[in-house]
Design a protein around this ligand. Sequence first.
Ligand code: SF4
Ligand code: SF4
Length: 466
Amino acid sequence: MEHSESFRDHIPYEDERGKRKWIYPKKPSGKFHRYRIIVTSILLTILFVTPFIKINNHPFFLLNVFERKFVILGNVFWPQDTHLLILLLLTFFVFVILFTAIFGRVWCGWACPQTLFMEMVFRKIEYLIEGDANQQRKLSKQPWNAEKIWKRGLKHFLFAVISILIGHTVMAYLIGIDKTIEIVSQPPSKHLAGFIGLAVFSTIFYLVFSVVREHACTFICPYGRLQSVLINRETMVVAYDYIRGEPRGKLTKNATEQVKGDCVDCGLCVQVCPTGIDIRNGTQMECVNCTACIDACDEVMDKINKPRGLIRIDSLNGIVDGVKKKKLNARTIAYSIVLLLLVGVFFIMVFTRTDIEATIVRASGQLYQELPDNKISNLYNIQVVNKTFETKELSFRLTNIEGEIKMVGGKNQFSLASQDMLQEVMIIEIPKSQIKSLKTKLIIEVVSDGKVLERVRTTFLGPQAI
Ligand code: SF4
Ligand code: SF4
């Protein structure tokens, strides 16, 4: 390519001295943009509606990191299920890596909340109030007259309202919709921490969408930075077909006599880019695969009667060698196997997960006791956590051996509320005739309403060789 290589010296939205250049992307339009509007509408509806969905009066989705309580698809996970959450996160990361290796940064442009809000909500408000890129530039340069104050004031007022809405939605995912409504509907003094949390979230979102903008993708989000190690020559990305496009050149009257590529160097693909890059320089870290440049270029190709797809979704191999969309290679097959294994193990663990978590261990430092009625007793500490949303009525029974369980407090049944923990001490008495070794294996069932919730294995100390 015969064009300047200066783009390598600085990021597109900073000048040579490192000062930020404000980006005014041209309003996007076209086939891909229409698809994005549909996808965005669906995803943002899901985002805003999910906190309101309940199953049996419990949230469908909750990520309460403060109380370490997570509800995913109606299943509640407590701190005791941390291993499941770690597995879920691991599965998610492998999925993202696999997805990126095959389809590039489709997540960034089409599903990431940052891009969806920035490009499809905040930027659209900006176009509506301030006009297209050139009008925005003009407004920015003009002095603070009535028009500028009104337009900027209205824009930032709407930005603030939407940021508050997003802040409250995020809070609803963290503490639940009921608590969020409670905080909002009562005086701040009653829920000071919650009120401060909402204010902080809303301010952060306002600053991200009105000031930080595309810098969030380049400097803050680690996913963008990972691209260079995740994608390969076969990854599908938004790519410029330089074989077909170069040498680029403006259309002139005698253009038909010159040997030129299909790129007429109109610069529209750069003007619509929300991160300010020139995709003709090749795949770059700043590209979020939003496809705005594809729409812009297709429109140009239509006008000059050339086939669409000079910029298209394709792999480097697809462009260089004309290799047709081969999506699987050794790396993606390996990722897929790991992903399938993780998903399989996760579902097995979720479906075999018990409603309670019970541990029964012999009291430390205690030996067995010989009782006058030819029995041996051992002392145990019990700990049971109720992982469900309901209160459980619990009792304990020995299953594999003849014997008796006596709770130290005298109670035989315990009411255990949701997420509560029961800590008790019990004595197990077993006839000497049943004891055959120093350590006899015991199985204790934790029962609720006649249903066995968990079987706990422990050992019973007794005199050897009786
Ligand atoms: S280069 Fe194209 S796909 Fe990438 S961010 Fe810019 S407009 Fe979007
Ligand atoms: S929009 Fe297409 S024709 Fe115009 S500069 Fe970009 S690649 Fe070339």
